[in-house]
Ligand binder design. Structure first.
Ligand code: ADE
Length: 243
């Protein structure tokens, strides 16, 4: 997969070269390009923003600069178009399902907005040439899209074949079956007087699977009842319903 990021703070994206992501880059599973938006400015101040039409606080990112940057990064080949992702608090929610969609794409380009956002005409223009997604990572406001890109890229990269050491980890995640994952334990058997639940040491795989499922259901019920309510009826088995 190829990932390009356009930002006025390229250094913010340095973590893309660390840890799991860094290894995936070194192994050629992901190719990453980080581009400084100011490289496409032509004035002495290298301005990327201007005051909003209609008044109001804050600044809006200039369409000319974004147009030049996106033309250069996305190229002009109509047979090779990326999916353009624009992180913004006013976007549709980024979820595990969206992460799975992105993991199936060969090429993602991220446009990091700052200030009040990017002139809407930029997004409308590119939407005629490629899929454009405005996505939010949560109901809070960050100062720019860079941290959201780190979140999205990490969620997507770990779904790519070969990135995780054990592919079952991704398959058994929170959200993969619509439920939150339950608690997990490792050695020692007793720590500060607290014991690992007996069933996990029983060797009875069916009982362990049932116990894990019950804890996942309980946790989801208490912390995210919205997820439980959204499950299709066939996602719950006979034992689940008794809980
Ligand atoms: N930029 C600022 N806030 C954001 C959010 N919550 N999600 C994605 N991008 C953002």
């Amino acid at each position: 997969m190829r990932i390009d990021v356009i930002t006025i703070f390229p250094g913010y994206l340095d973590p893309l070269r660390e840890a799991l992501l860094g290894k995936a880059v070194d192994r050629g599973l992901i190719e990453i390009g980080v581009h400084d938006l100011r490289d496409w400015t032509h004035d002495v101040h290298r301005a990327v923003d201007d005051s909003p039409y209609g008044g109001g606080p804050g600044m809006v990112m200039k369409p000319q600069v974004w147009g030049a940057a996106l033309d250069a990064v996305c190229g002009t080949d109509p047979d090779r178009r990326p999916r353009l992702v624009v992180p913004t608090p006013s976007g549709r929610p980024f979820t595990q399902a969206v992460a799975r969609e992105y993991a199936a794409e060969p090429w993602l380009v991220f446009a990091c907005g700052r200030y009040e956002g990017i002139d809407q005409r930029v997004l409308d223009h590119y939407a005629e040439r490629m899929p454009v997604d405005e996505v939010s990572i949560g109901d809070y406001v960050l100062v720019g899209g860079e941290v959201a890109v780190l979140v999205i890229v990490e969620a997507v990269a770990r779904l790519l074949p070969g990135v995780l050491g054990n592919p079952a980890s991704a398959a058994e995640d929170s959200f993969s079956d619509g439920l939150l994952e339950g608690p997990c334990y490792t050695r020692p058997e007793v720590w500060r007087g607290r014991e690992v639940p007996d069933v996990l040491r029983s060797g009875n795989h069916a009982a362990i699977a049932r116990w894990r499922r019950d804890r996942a259901l309980e946790r989801t019920f208490h912390r995210r009842p919205d997820l439980l309510a959204a499950l299709p009826p066939e996602a719950l088995d006979r034992h689940d319903r008794k809980l």
